[in-house]
Ligand binder design. Structure first.
Ligand code: DX5
Ligand code: ZN
Length: 211
């Protein structure tokens, strides 16, 4: 199971240090949470941040757009492996998927915790990856929501049929390893970077997830 480190809660002054230390500790990639204060209540940073991070690491970078009308920002993302936009924020999910693919990136669709998995049905054949949010959008450091295990199992069933990569985002920590079994990747912010001890935290998370 791959681990992507979310840099949302990392001080801007320590970003490069945390990227390097996480790389040395064997992180699989980085996850950049771009929120606009509208779709998600927090205002984080612009798409340039994902482009910047991608330019200084060889590990894959994911951009998680928590913004309204996400297509406006695709052109500002360069060198990014996967672009996730929220199906709830898109007027034209199929057009957005095609726009992402035409840039040479993988197309990812993100789902808020309250959005039913069936919402993916019409577009599932076009999607490379599904990002399942297991906390409210916009902030690091929240506990995984009740009912996440059931949602993960439902998404895993859909994956069997369609073969996308399933990524879980929010409240990931070693004690959740049981309900995360079978997913392709997890995103972790506060567990991996909280306390600025990525070496120890990454090793513990990898151990628990059985990697
Ligand atoms: C929430 C974000 C997450 C967040 C994860 O909006 O999508 O990527 O940074 O942080 P933790 O792991 O602390 O829940
Ligand atoms: Zn995220």
């Amino acid at each position: 199971m791959r681990i992507y480190g979310s840099l949302l809660g990392v001080s801007a002054l320590r970003l490069e240090e945390m990227i390097r230390r996480a790389e040395r500790a064997g992180i699989d990639g980085f996850h950049l949470d771009i929120s606009d204060g509208c779709f998600a209540p927090s205002l984080s940073f612009g798409p340039w941040m994902a482009t910047d991070v991608a330019s200084v690491t060889k590990r894959p970078v994911q951009a998680h757009l928590m913004v309204v009308k996400p297509r406006r920002y695709f052109g500002q993302l360069a060198g990014v492996e996967t672009i996730y936009f929220h199906v709830e924020a898109s007027d034209d999910p199929e057009g957005d998927i095609r726009a992402v693919k035409s840039m040479g990136a993988m197309a990812g669709v993100a789902l808020l915790p309250e959005t039913v998995i069936e919402r993916l049905k019409g577009i599932i054949r076009l999607i490379d990856s599904v990002l399942l949010l297991t906390v409210r959008p916009g902030y690091s450091g929240q506990a995984m929501l009740e009912g996440s295990g059931e949602r993960i199992r439902e998404a895993l069933k859909l994956r069997e049929e369609h073969g996308f990569s399933l990524v879980v985002d929010g409240g990931v920590e070693p004690s959740r390893a049981g309900i995360l079994r079978g997913v392709d990747a997890v995103v972790s912010g506060s567990y991996v970077f909280g306390g600025y001890e990525p070496e120890r935290r990454i090793a513990e998370l990898k151990g628990a997830l059985g990697d």
